[in-house]
Design a protein. Structure first.
Length: 298
């Protein structure tokens, strides 16, 4: 049966959502693609006398928090999929998210609880899928290896020696740190100077917090009712739009290479995640690099 593969790292959600022309193109691409798949599956089902289905593989390798969670894009995408659901039957036999980072496992139950779309046939994998027996029943391991090789080849240019983390043109690098209330997180980083003939390299740095769902609801004055497993059983009059709000806990500031070693710390007010974010999104001419020590938690 057919397999669709998407690398989220190559999807610029922010730009697509913020520019009406780009969103229109993306919308048409998704709709036309699904209609073509529907025709393909109908033809295959009739010729083989069975119900054929589509397996979708979403590869999130190398993605930071903001690449996985983009409020404006995700809201528009949900509306689009609800429209398609009224036009087409569910074509998928399974949707597999490969190379999921650890923080995705914290977000996934909450997302499944509040989205209007049913995600019963979506599965998280921490690796490349080669150990997922159910996935290998419908996708040839050779094809999985080819897809991974295609992705890693496109990432080769992002590698930097000597422990420096590359941040591409117009890109963002993030570290997501799970925390409990009262935990202190510290960091140290410096910016690679670059060529002497160029101006001082600069990057924006800030820290955001995403607290656990129940604490967000308490702050907002209620509205969601959870069962004993933490799933939403009532969402009427909810102040939430289905996405966990991001709170700035260290205001974003611009740092230069000649600032030397930058040190900082943050005390977590609640349980959740801190997102340390180095941004080069303001620069579409020059890539940057940083060197940072392992994030400390106490």
């Amino acid at each position: 049966d057919p397999v669709s593969y998407f690398s989220i790292r190559e999807l610029d959600k922010t730009s697509i959502a913020s520019k009406p022309g780009l969103w229109k193109c993306y919308e048409e691409f998704v709709m036309n693609g699904l209609f073509m798949r529907a025709i393909e599956l109908d033809s295959l089902s009739r010729s083989e006398g069975r119900v054929a289905s589509l397996t979708t593989i979403v590869d999130v390798a190398g993605c930071g928090f903001s690449q996985l969670v983009s409020r404006d894009f995700d809201q528009k995408a949900e509306e689009l999929m609800l429209r398609l659901k009224r036009l087409l039957p569910d074509l998928t036999g399974g949707n597999w998210i490969l190379n999921a980072p650890r923080f995705a496992y914290k977000l996934f139950p909450w997302v499944k609880s509040v989205l209007r779309l049913k995600l019963a046939n979506w599965f998280l994998c921490s690796g490349n899928g080669m150990r997922e027996h159910e996935l290998l029943k419908v996708v040839d391991p050779v094809l999985l290896a080819e897809l991974e090789a295609m992705r890693t080849a496109s990432e080769a240019s992002d590698e930097v020696d000597f422990g420096w983390q590359h941040i591409g043109i117009g890109s963002v690098f993030e570290r997501v740190v799970p925390v409990v209330a009262g935990q202190r997180v510290t960091w140290t980083f410096s910016i690679l100077p670059g060529a002497r003939t160029l101006p001082q390299a600069e990057l924006d740095f800030g820290v955001a917090a995403i607290w656990e769902a129940q604490q967000v609801v308490e702050e907002a004055g209620g509205g969601l009712v959870f069962d004993k497993d933490g799933r939403v059983v009532e969402a009427a009059d909810s102040p939430s739009d289905g996405l966990l709000p991001e709170r700035s806990v260290v205001e974003t500031a611009r740092y230069r290479a000649d600032d030397g070693e930058v040190r900082g710390e943050c005390l977590a007010e609640k349980t959740g995640m801190l997102v340390l974010r180095w941004s080069n999104s303001f620069n579409w001419v020059r890539a940057k690099a940083i060197q940072y020590t392992e994030i400390g938690r106490a």
